[in-house]
Design a protein around this ligand. Structure first.
Ligand SMILES: *[C@@H]1O[C@H](CO)[C@@H](O)[C@H](O)[C@H]1NC(C)=O
Ligand SMILES: *[C@@H]1O[C@H](CO)[C@@H](O)[C@H](O)[C@H]1NC(C)=O
Ligand SMILES: *[C@@H]1O[C@H](CO)[C@@H](O)[C@H](O)[C@H]1NC(C)=O
Ligand SMILES: *[C@@H]1O[C@H](CO)[C@@H](O)[C@H](O)[C@H]1NC(C)=O
Ligand SMILES: *[C@@H]1O[C@H](CO)[C@@H](O)[C@H](O)[C@H]1NC(C)=O
Ligand SMILES: *[C@@H]1O[C@H](CO)[C@@H](O)[C@H](O)[C@H]1NC(C)=O
Ligand SMILES: *[C@@H]1O[C@H](CO)[C@@H](O)[C@H](O)[C@H]1NC(C)=O
Length: 328
């Protein structure tokens, strides 16, 4: 919390925004602008503020007057369509890649939820799923945003799963869900006084990296080399140039693991309840092998299956958006 005073003083005074020199990364420039000394500790703090605000909404007092609804807001909207990414984070959907060839549910809010984030921490502990997710986000986005001190004491380099496609493939996110996620990152940056031109650059970088289906391998973390990074994998996502869909098959929408928590997102297990889906309901993790996947069933009749019609479930989007943000 010690950085807050300096940060808020600067942002309140409106001095954070200025012309960033072309030879300075977004991370380094705004660390200096907001926290003065450009070292590993302060760069990590900047990423903590940025990510935590994107995830839970604006919590610092004051900011420059930008409201950030937050990725974990169940009442999100994008393009006038409701988006609720919460079930991807709270274990409501079987959407993580921890289960081999099928998605499994996992609670990523097991380290105290929003409370520690509001204290500029990733979690209450260092062993929870929440701690791992948040610190990975700080690290991944730190690299994306060009933090010069990544890898130094105080800012460990990202060493998690190398492929964002693999991390997010069972989430089956759609363009509205991706749009909401990236918008929260942009709003978070704006709330700290980041210049519009820099926000647009980050948004474009994130969009080109994550928002296309079947995109060829791209390097984000140098030490990890080129990797499949597509996070938008729903059928409604635009197809990348030089698409490599055989390597990045689309999956069925994630199964509901806990209907209360799922809150209407995802797909009910076949045979249960009132589902009457046509094509897409066969099995968990059905691989389509090509660009035309199983997701076509997603928009068919079932009322529990609202994901395809608006923002797809996208907790992995958190990861993705954060990553992309840092990439510049
Ligand atoms: C950026 O360029 C300016 C002017 O050429 C130079 O003074 C400064 O040291 C450079 N900064 C970095 C981080 O290379
Ligand atoms: C970075 O600078 C801050 C003061 O702004 C200081 O508290 C911190 O210890 C420094 N970190 C490193 C790694 O030197
Ligand atoms: C978020 O930002 C808005 C706009 O500045 C402000 O009205 C609101 O009080 C902030 N919320 C919190 C929790 O700081
Ligand atoms: C979301 O909307 C519901 C219904 O209007 C409301 O009860 C709930 O408090 C809202 N939640 C948040 C976090 O805004
Ligand atoms: C949002 O709406 C605009 C205007 O209708 C449209 O051009 C754009 O494609 C939409 N974006 C998404 C992700 O649906
Ligand atoms: C697609 O592949 C062709 C041939 O390898 C290459 O010239 C072109 O630059 C690629 N396009 C993109 C967007 O990567
Ligand atoms: C679903 O989640 C709710 C809220 O956490 C919990 O109370 C309930 O026991 C869960 N249901 C099942 C079947 O696990």
């Amino acid at each position: 919390m010690r950085f807050n005073t300096a940060l808020l003083a600067v942002t309140a005074a409106g001095t954070a925004v200025a012309d960033r020199p072309a030879n300075e990364s977004i991370c380094d420039y705004y660390t200096t602008a907001l926290l003065k000394e450009n070292n590993a500790t302060n760069q990590y703090t900047l990423l903590t503020l940025l990510v935590n605000t994107a995830v839970i909404g604006n919590y610092t007092q004051p900011n420059v007057g930008v409201m950030v609804p937050g990725i974990l807001n169940p009442n999100g909207t994008y393009n006038n369509t409701k988006v609720n990414l919460v079930p991807y984070f709270d274990g409501g959907l079987a959407s993580t890649n921890d289960g081999g060839n099928m998605g499994v549910a996992k609670n990523f809010l097991d380290g105290g939820g929003a409370a520690p984030l509001m204290k500029n921490m990733p979690a209450d502990d260092t062993t929870s799923n929440q701690y791992k997710l948040l610190t990975h986000l700080y690290q991944f986005f730190g690299s994306l945003l060009g933090c010069s001190e990544v890898g130094m004491t105080g800012f460990a380099a990202y060493a998690g799963d190398a492929s964002m496609y693999e991390v997010h493939k069972f989430m089956v996110l759609d363009p509205l869900q991706m749009g909401y996620f990236i918008e929260q990152v942009a709003l978070s940056a704006a709330s700290f006084g980041v210049a519009t031109s820099d926000i647009e650059a980050v948004g474009q970088a994130l969009g080109s990296l994550f928002n296309y289906r079947c995109a060829p391998k791209t390097t984000v973390i140098k030490a990890q080399g080129p990797q499949y990074q597509s996070v938008c994998t729903d059928e409604s996502c635009p197809l990348a140039d030089n698409a490599t869909c055989a390597a990045q098959p689309s999956m069925s929408q994630p199964l509901v693991a806990n209907a209360t928590l799922a809150d209407g997102e995802g797909r009910m297990p076949s045979g249960s309840a009132t589902m009457s889906m046509s094509g897409g309901s066969t099995g968990t993790a059905t691989m389509s092998g090509g660009a035309s996947g199983t997701a076509s069933g997603a928009s068919s009749p079932s009322s529990t299956f609202n994901a395809a019609s608006h923002a797809a479930p996208g907790l992995t989007g958190v990861f993705a958006a954060l990553v992309a943000f840092l990439a510049l």
